[in-house]
Design a protein around this ligand. Structure first.
Ligand code: ASP
Length: 309
């Protein structure tokens, strides 16, 4: 049955984002990056395309933007490499695909979708996932593509202090994600990240794990998370919100508020998420100082935000 509502929401990570450390030029660049991703996904929905295509296209747009910690802008790990995680999920069938710890892949979210559609598995990691990408002719990039002075300095500072940093900690910028609802009433979600600066080699966060950092179910909601992955995995955040709607009958807003402002806060889980339900309601809660985010719908919403409203 065709639904009248189409909606998309995106995020570019949550963390310590302070007005005092943001320049007007930089803010404009972030807002432009978010708006481009939002419009890219929304146009697909408007033309009658699927939420899966819209989510993939929006995340690709953010992965290609060096400002965000995913794809091109992925942060450095402990040994100076990039290990990227991504996933995508289709709410109509509960199919999901994810990749962990991949290097040199231009658009990890495309690889996640390829895993979902063609591997017969849900999660592929490391060199096996890269070999699978080669077999499916996905684009690879060399180390120079993923290098940025700012990320390098961020890693050097973290190394000196022996700390593992959320990308937005100390003004940095993070993980990306999108959720969408198409005209057919299908929900989809996708998330992509370079993880946390100076993370130990082999570390996997919540982003590629269905139910933790990403989840979509046509009966409930679509969710993409950003924050300290370990806490989001332990709280099974995305699935918890779906369960609260499914089993407890909470609204999207009630479920999101309970998880982000209560359950996560109690265990020190800094971060946020974007959420969409089958009626097209949008929530973008976060318990950190800021979260790069935006949403657009045919009910008239079109906004890009960084700080609390
Ligand atoms: N959730 C991501 C991770 O832990 C980090 C982020 O959201 O910035 O890998």
């Amino acid at each position: 049955m065709a639904s009248q509502n189409i909606s998309i929401a995106i995020h570019g990570g949550a963390g310590t984002i302070l007005r005092s450390t943001m320049t007007p030029e930089l803010q404009l660049q972030y807002e432009a990056g978010l708006q481009t991703a939002l419009d890219t996904g929304y146009k697909i929905l408007e033309a009658g395309g699927s939420s899966l295509d819209a989510v993939e296209a929006a995340v690709v747009s953010l992965e290609d933007c060096i400002l965000f910690n995913a794809g091109r802008g992925a942060v450095f790990n402990h040994i100076g490499g990039h290990e990227m995680d991504a996933s995508i999920m289709w709410g109509k069938t509960l199919e999901a695909g994810g990749v962990c710890g991949v290097n040199h892949i231009k658009n990890p979210v495309k690889l996640a979708r390829t895993v979902m559609q063609y591997s017969g598995h849900v999660l592929l990691c490391g060199t096996g996932a890269e070999e699978f990408a080669r077999q499916h002719n996905l684009d690879f990039e060399n180390d120079a593509y993923f290098y940025s002075e700012q990320r390098y300095r961020q890693w050097q500072d973290a190394l000196k202090e022996d700390r593992v940093l959320l990308d937005h900690t100390e003004k940095k910028f993070g993980t990306v994600g999108a959720v969408a609802l198409d005209r057919e009433g299908n929900l989809a979600a996708g998330t992509s990240t370079g993880g946390m600066t100076n993370k130990k080699f082999g570390r996997v966060g919540d982003s590629p794990i269905p139910g933790a950092g990403t989840y979509a179910n046509n009966n409930t909601c679509a969710i993409s998370c950003t924050g300290v992955g370990e806490l989001f995995i332990r709280s099974v955040v995305a699935y918890d919100i779906s369960c609260l709607i499914d089993y407890k009958g909470l609204s999207l807003k009630e479920a999101c508020n309970l998880v982000v402002y209560d359950k996560l806060v109690k265990i020190g889980g800094e971060g946020g998420l974007i959420a969409l339900d089958k009626s097209g309601n949008i929530e973008m809660p976060f318990n950190s100082e800021g979260m790069y985010r935006g949403c657009r719908s045919n009910s008239g919403r079109n906004e890009v935000l960084i700080y609390p409203k």
